[in-house]
Design a protein. Structure first.
Length: 255
């Protein structure tokens, strides 16, 4: 079931989303060669605490997970696509890092992700990140009343495939609101004109994930959470929570 949010609810989601944006910005600024991923998790946790928000990630345990998630961010490095656990790994020169973060405030949730490089960037990584961000922008632009979920999926997938990148199977965006994951699902590839009709008041998290090697396959790491590309190639992830309004899509997780 899809809940249509009121204008007041969207404002409340915007407040949560702003905190997420602040946490991601703080993580990006703190990331440097030699910094452990656990430090980035603490940076994000501190932003949430100071804002009076809680983490929908911490302790989250979906059906596939062997254990509750132990962090407030997902920190995925290099060939890790999503769901990386922030641990003692120290960032190295040239690493590609994806940080996914959520915040819950006054019963409403925001969810967003960014990718960036540490130290000396590889041109191929910059192109991968730029493609994920461009695909996200295209998906957001398609999120207008009267369009369908398939129009978002098609916009995202077209850009990723044109660059020759893989799109992880079975993973994509989702509805968002009082819970981090709500209906409907928002695939990262699909046919235009198909799926649920978009209506004002719908709130969605759109999140392209791209794999440099071009393959769509992945495997779970021994921790049961981190998903890594089958071919060992690098991945990037970009995400915003948005609201669909009569005036067009409104990004809820921007600064």
């Amino acid at each position: 079931m899809v809940e249509l949010k009121t204008a007041e609810s969207i404002e409340a989601m915007r407040a949560a989303g702003r905190i997420v944006a602040q946490a991601l910005t703080a993580c990006r600024e703190a990331a440097a060669v030699g910094v452990p991923l656990l430090d980035l998790d603490e940076v994000a946790h501190d932003v949430l605490r100071k804002a009076g928000a809680s983490s929908p990630f911490l302790g989250y345990r979906p059906h596939f997970a062997p254990t509750p998630f132990p962090g407030v961010i997902c920190a995925s490095v290099n060939d890790a696509i999503v769901h990386g656990i922030p641990d003692g790994y120290r960032l190295r020169d040239g690493d590609l890092v994806s940080i996914d973060c959520g915040a819950e405030l006054a019963g409403w949730v925001g969810d967003s992700a960014i990718s960036f490089t540490v130290g000396t960037p590889r041109p191929a990584d910059l192109r991968l990140i730029e493609t994920a961000e461009r695909a996200l922008a295209a998906g957001i632009a398609a999120a207008v009343p009267g369009n369908r979920i398939g129009d978002i999926a098609h916009a995202v997938g077209t850009i990723c495939r044109k660059e020759g990148y893989g799109i992880p199977e079975d993973f994509g965006g989702h509805g968002i609101g009082r819970s981090m994951h709500e209906d409907p699902g928002v695939p990262n590839e699909g046919r235009p004109g198909r799926g649920m009709v978009l209506r004002p008041g719908m709130a969605l998290a759109i999140e392209p994930m791209v794999v440099a090697g071009g393959g769509d396959g992945y495997y779970p790491a021994p921790d049961g959470w981190t998903l890594r590309s089958n071919d060992g190639s690098r991945a990037a992830h970009a995400e915003h929570s948005i609201a669909i309004t009569e005036d067009g899509p409104r990004i809820l997780t921007a600064l």
